[in-house]
Write a protein that binds this ligand. Structure first.
Ligand code: VGL
Ligand code: ZN
Length: 206
């Protein structure tokens, strides 16, 4: 069984959002196209409390983009985003959310960020996504969404390390690229970890 994992298609990550990702709106039609080709679709949703430790504003003298230490882990300081229940945390209009079989929320613990849909950044807690997929007989997952160099990357790396045959649908992704080259390096890292690089365009030709 194959499943599609749709990562963080939320208002705050769109081109005009609180944590803008260039090209994120272009991902929406590709996500919808890809979803129509899978029996099982799961979505991740970044879902932070207002006091989340990844928000620059919650720390004296820390600017967005800086790396600081949060509870023993290196942490990029982000502008406040995806606050639970705010409009910015909602899925983007036009995403076929009725195709989501399940939504896995992450980033709820203020002390640790959570890029992957499987585990928080400290690997302290699982979201249950592995078990959810295994119970349904999923052996292969495809991943798309935002951001290529953060939540998509860590979700795809964890999927591969959990033993799923994992494909990144690269045309269905958009990245932050804070330091130019971050997206390319993220793709290289995924490939080196055994993730196949594919595209929604190829799915459509099957
Ligand atoms: C993300 C930074 C902070 C993402 C989430 O969805 O890639 N990036 N929170
Ligand atoms: Zn976040």
């Amino acid at each position: 069984m194959d499943a599609l994992i749709v990562v963080d298609l939320q208002n705050d990550f769109m081109d005009d959002g609180a944590l803008p990702v260039d090209g994120a709106y272009d991902v929406v039609p590709l996500a919808n196209e890809a979803m129509s080709r899978f029996d099982i679709v799961v979505a991740t949703q970044d879902w932070h409390p207002p006091n989340h430790g990844s928000f620059a504003d919650n720390h004296e003298g820390v600017q967005p983009g800086e790396v600081f230490e949060l509870d023993g882990l290196d942490q990029v300081a982000w502008p406040a985003h995806c606050v639970q229940g705010d409009a910015g945390s909602e899925f983007v209009n036009g995403v076929h959310t009725d195709r989501f079989d399940a939504v896995f929320r992450k980033g709820t613990d203020p002390r640790v960020d959570s890029y992957s849909g499987f585990y928080d950044n400290g690997r302290r807690k699982s979201t249950g996504l592995t078990e959810w997929l295994r119970e349904r007989g999923v052996a292969r997952v495809c991943v798309l969404g935002v951001a290529t160099d953060y939540c998509v990357k860590f979700t795809a790396l964890d999927a591969a390390s959990e033993g799923f045959a994992t494909t990144l649908l690269l045309d269905g992704c958009a990245g932050v690229d804070m330091t130019p080259g971050d997206v390319d390096r993220a793709v290289d890292e995924m490939r080196a970890a055994g993730v196949s690089i594919g595209s929604v365009a190829e799915l459509s030709m099957r």
